[in-house]
Design a protein around this ligand. Sequence first.
Ligand SMILES: Cc1cc2nc3c(=O)[nH]c(=O)nc-3n(C[C@H](O)[C@H](O)[C@H](O)COP(=O)(O)OP(=O)(O)OC[C@H]3O[C@@H](n4cnc5c(N)ncnc54)[C@H](O)[C@@H]3O)c2cc1C
Length: 379
Amino acid sequence: MDSNRGTRTALIVGAGVAGLTAGIALARRGWRVDIAEVGPSGATSGWGLCLTGPSLRALDELGLADACLVEGYGMSVITHVDGQGEPAGQVRLERLIGAERPALVGIARPVLHRILHAEAERCGVVVHHSLSVEAVAQEGDMVHVVLSDGAVRQVTLLVGADGIRSSTRSLLGLGLETTPEPEYHGQMVWRALVPRPLWATGIHQFAGTVHTAGLVPISGSQAYVFLTENDGERGALAESELSPRLRQLLEDFPGRVEEIRPLVSVSDSVVRRPVQTSFLEGAWNRGNCVVIGDAAHAPAPQMASGAALAIEDGLVLAQELGDRQSVEAGLAAFADRRTRRCRTLVDTSVAIVGLEQAGRHREAWPLVDACHRLMAESV
Ligand SMILES: Cc1cc2nc3c(=O)[nH]c(=O)nc-3n(C[C@H](O)[C@H](O)[C@H](O)COP(=O)(O)OP(=O)(O)OC[C@H]3O[C@@H](n4cnc5c(N)ncnc54)[C@H](O)[C@@H]3O)c2cc1C
């Protein structure tokens, strides 16, 4: 990680979706990129992700959509099921990467991370595990960074891609006055990996009397069940309580969910997380340092679009920095291009949370569809 004034150098904090895709996009444009990831190697949590059309389109620009489609499960239809267990309509999603390829893909997170890591490595990006950033200062056109192993580095660009609780954002003093802590919306979201039922060839979304649930295939053999629990106690549950509690919550749903419920007993991964959002008001950069992904804008998971925004960020960041002499000007242009889209998504996801909590599920569906249409527009 030595500095080299002849080459443009970037240090990215966080090897999540945003950090890895930004690393790949920058490296392809000639930047020398290191990533400091606080977690140990191979520590990605095991639940599944739904990568919507815009994610696939952005991955396709990186040449990685087909790898995700091969390892994940491609789909084009969302089936809504009402509180009586009856089909209440189907949404055919726009195929953004061509009529011959699916509209979206379900994929296990560790699989997506393996694909991104392999590509980052191929592009020469070096990922340093169990490493973080402790102090940052800009002098002239270089950023001086003190790392958690005591080393001091000089880079042209520092990117904070360290998630919703970004410590880079705090180190840079971004949004201190304007942006509150991530907002908890009184919902808990569940994910459980289960064997894929044969009928599940697309996404199913079930409206219950109190909660919402669904099923997303992530490979030929696996799917994940999701459930959004209204007024869930925020405190952590013991590992042994997770599966029985999720099965109990699924009792609220008639129809096909009755088939899914027993599958939760054989799940080797049940997770429960608070539904939180945040949006960084004001500047996203300070000098040559910027935050991207959830560190700048974290929607509620209902829209399944946080990863899409994170991947797009990586692409747009590299584009806007392009051959510009001034990194700072590139970062300002990046934020200009991203703010409206990201804010709309975060705000819509919050509105959906409110409707779900009021039991007005049907009113939430058009919002979801409108937001998918907005996201389908080019970046
Ligand atoms: C339950 C749940 C389900 C979701 N489902 C979907 C979905 O289906 N589809 C979708 O598109 N989105 C989904 N999302 C949102 C999506 O996961 C996020 O928007 C996306 O992961 C953001 O990527 P990121 O790289 O910005 O942040 P993260 O994925 O949070 O990655 C941040 C990385 O930074 C590292 N890090 C943190 N602090 C430091 C530090 N100080 N130093 C170094 N490294 C650090 C972390 O270890 C991590 O590797 C879901 C979110 C949740 C909570």
